[in-house]
Structures are given as structure tokens and as C-alpha cells.
Ligand binder design. Structure first.
Ligand code: MF3
Ligand code: CO
Length: 263
């Protein structure tokens, strides 16, 4: 499968979709505190997406015969990704919560995620969050013209494993644009110098998912929620990145000002 290259117009639309995804994610961060439910975050996310004139790419997303029932993915502690928001799930001090926001706007998709501490967390959990965020930054830095996808993958894997954590293998990053998932797959493990060559105009969702314990995961009976098999906490940071001759450009960086308040 060839990797879609975005033209000027596609890039302009990707910028807008990604700015909205970033603004929505940013708007949820101050809400995270002990006592709120993951459904509270869902409703705030749903409303923020609507205020920006966008649509959730998660709501109704089809996988096999199932459709994802919410507008956001909110994953707590050992939940790796695709946690379904619930009014029964109350955040407590010491928890971590991953917020994953994917929006459609004007035909294009923006995708980003982050994991936050709820109140004070144990030192090794704080380290898990820091290492995962830094792994994303290091991976993004590899998204240079002439490099290969495996350069991103291997950089993330080496950094995470040398910190004593493990990268999830059952889910991967991905191209993003006209659809939430486009080629290429971007694993968070692999070998330098392998995989597709990076060319200008690619839009890539780079997203390390890192477990404090082993890398194995399983899907809960709800058909969506992915958890670590050993019950260890898991972190997830994601940006959508445009590849250019001047280096990678993060499209989902939150911008101060207008993007947050525009209708
Ligand atoms: N960012 C997630 C992904 O790329 C969003 C999934 S939406 C869902 O897989 F509907 F599948 F949950
Ligand atoms: Co993604």
C-alpha cells in the first residue's frame, strides 16, 4: 500500500483538523482531578468537538461488527487504549488517565493523545509518563525526509526499554488523513533502516503505548478496552506530524489563543 502524500490543500485541511484535535485535548486537561468520572471527560470532549464544528472520528467507528459507542477514548491505569467512558468510572488520587481525541473536520482527521496523573502518583508511574512523552519526542525527531519508518520505531523502542519499560506491540501508530488509519503502520518497535522511506507531505500519527510491566495486552469483554495482561499501568502519548523538507512539523501542538475560542 502506498503512503498518501498530501498536497497544499490537504495539508491546510490537516492543519485545521489537527488544531481542533489539539484544542479539544487541551480543554480536557484542566478537568482531570479526583472525583470526576470518565463520562464527565467524554461529555466535555463531545461538546468541545461540536463547538469547533468538527465530528468525532471515534463515535460509530466500526471494528468487525462493533461500533465504538463514545466520542472520546478515556483509558485509566492498566487500560492501554480505547477505554469506553463510563459514569461508573471515578478517577482517584494516584490514578493515571489517557485521553485520546480524534476528530474529522472538512474531510480530514486529526489524532492526538496524552496521559495525565490524577493527583500525586507513585514515582515509577511519574517516570512512566515522562519516558513515554520523551519517547514520542524522540520518535518525532526521526520523522526526517530520507529516514525510514523503522528509524522512528527503533528509536522509541530503545529509549523505552533502556528505561526498564516495555512497548506495546499489539497496536501501532499510523498514517492519518482522509481516514483515521492510512498506511503506513508505525510500530513502536523495530529496526533502524527498515520500512518505508519518509517523503515530504506525509501525515503520521506517532503514538508510543508503554507498559510499566510486560508488553502483552488483551481486549476486555466490551470488545474495545485494551488492557495490559499483567495489570501494570500503561501510558500513551500521540501527535499527528507532517513531514517536510525542513523537518517534522507537529500539527497537534496546542496553540494559545484563537484556536481555543473559535466557533
Ligand atoms: N487514536 C485511536 C486509534 O488510532 C482512536 C480509536 S477510536 C476507536 O486507534 F473508535 F477505535 F476507539
Ligand atoms: Co492514533
Amino acid at each position: 500500500m502506498t503512503i498518501p502524500i498530501k498536497n497544499k490543500d490537504g495539508i491546510a485541511r490537516m492543519r485545521e483538523a489537527c488544531a481542533i484535535a489539539a484544542a479539544v485535548l487541551e480543554s480536557l486537561k484542566p478537568l482531570v482531578r479526583p472525583g470526576i468520572t470518565t463520562q464527565d471527560l467524554e461529555e466535555a470532549g463531545r461538546d468541545a468537538i461540536a463547538r469547533h464544528g468538527a465530528r468525532s472520528a471515534c463515535y460509530g467507528y466500526q471494528h468487525g461488527s462493533r461500533r465504538y459507542p463514545a466520542h472520546t477514548c478515556i483509558s485509566v491505569n492498566d487500560e492501554v487504549v480505547h477505554g469506553i467512558p463510563s459514569f461508573r468510572r471515578i478517577l482517584r488520587d494516584g490514578d493515571i488517565v489517557s485521553l485520546d481525541i480524534v476528530v474529522w473536520h472538512n474531510g480530514y482527521v486529526g489524532d492526538n493523545a496524552c496521559t495525565m496523573p490524577v493527583g500525586p502518583v507513585a514515582p515509577e508511574i511519574a517516570k512512566l509518563l515522562r519516558v513515554t512523552r520523551e519517547a514520542l519526542d524522540l520518535g518525532i525527531r526521526q520523522a526526517q525526509i530520507g529516514n525510514r519508518i523503522g528509524d522512528i520505531s527503533s528509536t522509541i523502542q530503545i529509549y523505552v526499554e533502556s528505561a526498564g519499560f516495555s512497548v506495546v506491540r499489539d497496536m501501532v501508530g499510523h498514517g492519518v488523513g482522509l481516514a483515521m488509519h492510512e498506511p503506513p503502520e508505525i510500530p513502536n518497535f523495530g529496526r533502524k533502516g527498515t520500512g518505508d522511506k519518509i517523503r515530504p507531505g506525509m501525515t503520521l500519527a506517532i503514538e508510543p503505548m508503554v507498559n510499566l510491566g510486560g508488553h502483552k495486552t488483551k481486549v476486555l469483554a466490551d470488545g474495545w478496552t485494551v488492557v495490559s495482561t499483567d495489570g501494570s499501568p500503561s501510558a500513551h502519548f500521540e501527535h499527528t506530524v507532517l513531514t517536510t523538507d525542513r523537518g517534522p512539523e507537529i500539527l497537534t501542538l496546542p496553540r494559545p489563543g484563537p484556536a481555543q475560542v473559535s466557533a
